[in-house]
Design a protein around this ligand. Structure first.
Ligand code: SF4
Length: 374
């Protein structure tokens, strides 16, 4: 989303130094509880973002409470979008977090419009709604209440264990509207985890989050993502990961190889050259066509993962049944496939429409923003 669409009016005079176009800025703050982070609090003109027409995503609307992400994943697809705000895609993305402080009020207004069709809204498609800033700003409880109260189905994808705080609220919301929850994890080696995703809760903590979600009676799909060629794709690694995911009670799993979109590509490549220079030629070959890994690798990964998914009851046919969940609740994981494949449980069961009456005109939204997945 470009900030042009977020401008409040020409009278807004407060802007960030060096970023004269960031209208709506209220203040920039640094607080002792979040060392190294700067929060740029803005008033947002809109809460709902339209997904570009023709997108393969199984939803038409998204909400992103924050821009930038303190989880700081080296491979993050969303890095490039930070440059649209006048920040860089590297350290600034990790440390300069824009907070839409009036998000809940704006959202409630948009959801109350007669034109709102109560379509599925996805959170966590660009940056993580349960990153560290959420501990301070507590936007998600208001978002969840607004969506459930308006009869709007929704999904949340996160790496943030802070979601546990909102489990009672989510369980209550699930009684009113269809919801889906997804957790992303892939790296099991502690050293690699600390190096590649230094701000993210540990894989063990995220597995416990999956367990906590399912213990609360909610479905939870796991994105085993990103799988890193030559680093996390050994059979033993994938076996351990999928066994742990199944044991945590995940409803389904999708295995996604690393994507290297502009922004992430430069940042990740610098990390690879520094930490694993021997892998650079291989990555250049695998990503010779751009952001997506070469088809032969996808086929190889699919072949490696398929028997493991079957072994742990996470395959398409077995999807969720071993854990007492309807297999047709959502698309099951397809190993090695693309962004549009969502694991069972990560989407609302009746994705697409809500519980309220359908209207003809869609709500007016800002320019569609680039979609990424955590
Ligand atoms: S991949 Fe997700 S959790 Fe990691 S930095 Fe990007 S938005 Fe945040």
């Amino acid at each position: 989303m470009r900030w042009d669409t977020q401008r409040l009016d020409a009278d807004e005079s407060t802007t960030l130094p060096g970023m004269p176009t960031m209208r709506g800025l209220l203040r920039s703050v640094q607080v002792p509880e979040f060392p190294g982070l700067t929060f740029h609090e803005v008033r947002s003109k809109s809460a709902l973002n339209a997904v570009p027409a023709g997108s393969p995503m199984p939803f038409r609307w998204t909400i992103n409470p924050y821009r930038g992400c303190s989880h700081s994943c080296t491979y993050c697809y969303a890095r490039g979008s930070h440059e649209w705000l006048g920040f860089d895609a590297g350290r600034d993305f990790d440390s300069q977090v824009v907070v839409k402080t009036n998000l809940v009020d704006v959202l409630r207004r948009e959801l109350a419009r007669p034109s709102w069709r109560r379509e599925h809204i996805a959170l966590g498609t660009n940056t993580d709604p349960y990153q560290r800033a959420e501990g301070r700003y507590r936007l998600m409880p208001g978002v969840i209440s607004a969506l459930a109260g308006s009869g709007t189905p929704f999904s949340i994808l996160t790496k943030g264990t802070l979601l546990r705080r909102d489990l009672p609220l989510l369980a209550a919301a699930a009684r009113d509207v269809p919801i889906g929850l997804g957790v992303s994890l892939a790296i099991w080696d502690d050293e690699l985890h600390a190096s590649l995703e230094p701000g993210v809760p540990s894989p063990r903590a995220r597995l416990e989050l999956v367990r906590a979600i399912t213990d609360a009676g909610l479905s939870c799909g796991v994105f085993l993502a990103p799988v890193l060629p030559g680093l996390t794709d050994r059979r033993a690694d994938l076996d351990a990961a999928l066994r742990a995911v199944a044991e945590a009670g995940a409803t389904g799993v999708t295995v996604v190889p690393l994507h290297l979109r502009p922004g992430a590509r430069e940042w990740f490549s610098a990390w690879l050259a520094r930490e694993h220079p021997q892998l650079v030629p291989r990555y250049q070959q695998l990503y010779r066509r751009g952001a997506t890994v070469a088809p032969e690798y996808r086929r190889w990964l699919a072949g490696r993962v398929a028997p493991l998914l079957e072994q742990y009851g996470l395959d398409r046919q077995g999807g969720g049944e071993a854990r007492g969940v309807d297999a047709d609740a959502a698309p099951a994981g397809i190993p090695g496939d693309g962004d549009s494949d969502f694991p069972a449980g990560s989407l609302p069961r009746a994705a697409g429409t809500g519980t309220g009456p359908r209207q003809e005109r869609p709500v007016a939204g800002p320019a569609a923003e680039q979609l990424t997945l955590l």
